[in-house]
Write a protein that binds this ligand. Structure first.
Ligand SMILES: Nc1nc2c(ncn2[C@@H]2O[C@H](COP(=O)(O)OP(=O)(O)OP(=O)(O)O)[C@@H](O)[C@H]2O)c(=O)[nH]1
Ligand SMILES: [Mg+2]
Length: 446
């Protein structure tokens, strides 16, 4: 796809604004610009020139700023011309159409960044970072994306890779020249151990990056009238769901997003769980159970002022061992006698007085974050995280092989597979399919 041709696209969002930017990248970027701008030379790298956009009849259509980023010191590594038109749909479209009529072709989604990747300006982790900077939904997620974008993850992964490569090299030399100077078994074990601890430090940061970009699904479930919708409204800070004292008020799934400590949380309110002859409500109950099963975290709401039923005990029993919190609702009312026996965390809340809501939010945060290092998150994709974990697994096996004296060839083979997984994280040797699917998630013009 990347090639010898010149691509163009509007890189800013469509709509009225102060400026819009049309980006042109490729070998003919400058010649295209000469055909559509009054100014004919752009001698200095990354300097802005004030000029006019002219159509084929010579009519001026806009007063614009133009920048030339000379290859290879540009985003894509190719010659780039950026034309800053006045904001508005027509000036930007006219500029793009002129570029397309004068030698450029329209860029595909993410093609500028793809060219940056294919020309070695950035690696795959940084490409992910670019996408995540654009889509991040909290300041913590933005920091995680920016760390990856600026190469913090690449450098760390590259360093571990290089260390493993040198260990693998020494082991292979040992196999070829057993009588030569060699690493002792102890040195090998220690060397692999260092790589393992570096990955063990990196993976919780990457898990954090995943959590910050993907978020968690928190499902509020429980018997009718338990106070689920009131809890949803209280967590959201606005009246989103209908609340009445009639059991069976909520029939459908209601989803809303909040962020807690930077973690996107998709809150799902559900129909009260009960046997019912009403087919609409029964469908709501089916969806509620499905949501409960598909949740990352389940908040099971028990009416703190009413009796605990056998169904409550059964549902809470089924949540044992999962990420779930038992909410004892309506703590402003007189508490019922008796308590529920469960190993799950219990939190008393009142949607009326806001009591317990902050404690609940921090319990959700702790559960969502788990062992992940949220404050030093590094953005990654799911497959990159999987490869990092794969590399760690192979290194641990390699260390065992070295400790057990299984032979240099076995250890070297395991180090080799760890290395390949690390290279995949950086996008080295990544297949076309992976690259295609990665860049298709970008918008046109990026
Ligand atoms: N005093 C008090 N009343 C509450 C509280 N939370 C809910 N209620 C009342 O309990 C009743 C049921 O509340 P909902 O939030 O609709 O309960 P639900 O679990 O969503 O009910 P369904 O949608 O029918 O399953 C309403 O009359 C609420 O006003 C609370 O914290 N304190
Ligand atoms: Mg409800």
């Amino acid at each position: 796809m990347t090639g010898n041709d010149t691509i163009a696209a509007i890189s800013t969002a469509l709509g009225e604004g102060a400026i819009a930017i049309v980006r042109i990248s490729g070998p003919d970027a400058v010649s295209v610009a000469r055909k559509i701008l009054k100014r004919q030379d752009f001698p200095e790298h990354s300097r802005m020139y004030l000029t006019s956009l002219v159509d084929s009849s010579g009519a001026i259509t806009d007063r614009v700023l133009c920048v030339h980023f000379r290859r290879p010191n540009s985003y894509t590594g190719e010659d780039i011309i950026e034309i800053h038109t006045h904001g508005g749909i027509l000036p930007a479209r006219t500029c793009l159409e002129l570029a397309l009529r004068n030698g450029a072709r329209i860029a595909e989604p993410g093609e500028f960044t793809r060219r940056a990747f294919e020309n070695g300006r950035i690696d795959l982790t940084q490409s992910e970072g670019v996408l995540s900077v654009i889509t991040s939904r909290s300041i913590e997620a933005l920091h995680a994306a920016a760390r990856t974008l600026t190469g913090e993850l690449s450098r760390a992964v590259q360093k571990i890779h290089d260390d493993v490569l040198s260990l693998q090299g020494s082991l292979e030399v040992q196999l070829d020249f057993p009588e030569g100077e060699t690493l002792s078994g102890l040195d090998t074990v220690a060397g692999i151990g260092r790589a393992i601890s570096e990955l063990e430090g990196l993976i919780p940061r990457c898990s954090a990056g995943m959590i910050l970009s993907e978020g968690v699904r928190v499902v509020i479930a429980g018997r009718p009238n338990a106070g689920k919708s009131s809890l949803l409204n209280e967590l959201l800070g606005r009246n989103r769901a209908i609340v009445t004292d009639i059991p069976g008020t909520t029939r459908d799934i209601i989803e809303e997003c909040i962020t807690i400590g930077g973690i996107p949380v998709r809150l799902t309110d559900t129909a009260g769980l009960r046997e019912t002859g009403d087919i609409i409500e029964a469908e709501g109950v089916r969806l509620a159970l499905e949501a409960m099963n598909g949740s990352d975290i389940c908040l099971y709401v028990l009416d703190g002022s009413g009796a605990i039923t056998q169904e409550d005990r059964d549902y809470i029993g089924s949540l044992e061992g999962r990420n779930a919190i038992v909410i004892i609702s309506k703590s402003d009312l007189k508490a019922r006698a008796g308590d529920i026996d469960t190993s799950l965390t219990k939190i008393h809340v009142s949607a009326k007085t806001h009591d317990g809501i902050d404690a609940l939010k921090s319990a959700i945060y702790d559960m969502a974050a788990g062992n992940a290092a949220i404050s030093s998150g590094l953005n990654v994709s799911a497959s990159q995280l999987e490869d990092l974990r794969g590399a760690l697994g192979a290194l641990r096996e390699g260390r065992n092989a070295a400790v057990n004296g299984d032979g240099e060839d076995v250890t070297a083979g395991l180090l080799g597979s760890a290395r390949l997984a690390l290279l995949r994280v950086l996008g080295v040797g990544a297949g076309d399919e992976l690259i295609d699917s990665m860049f298709s998630r970008f918008c046109v013009g990026k």
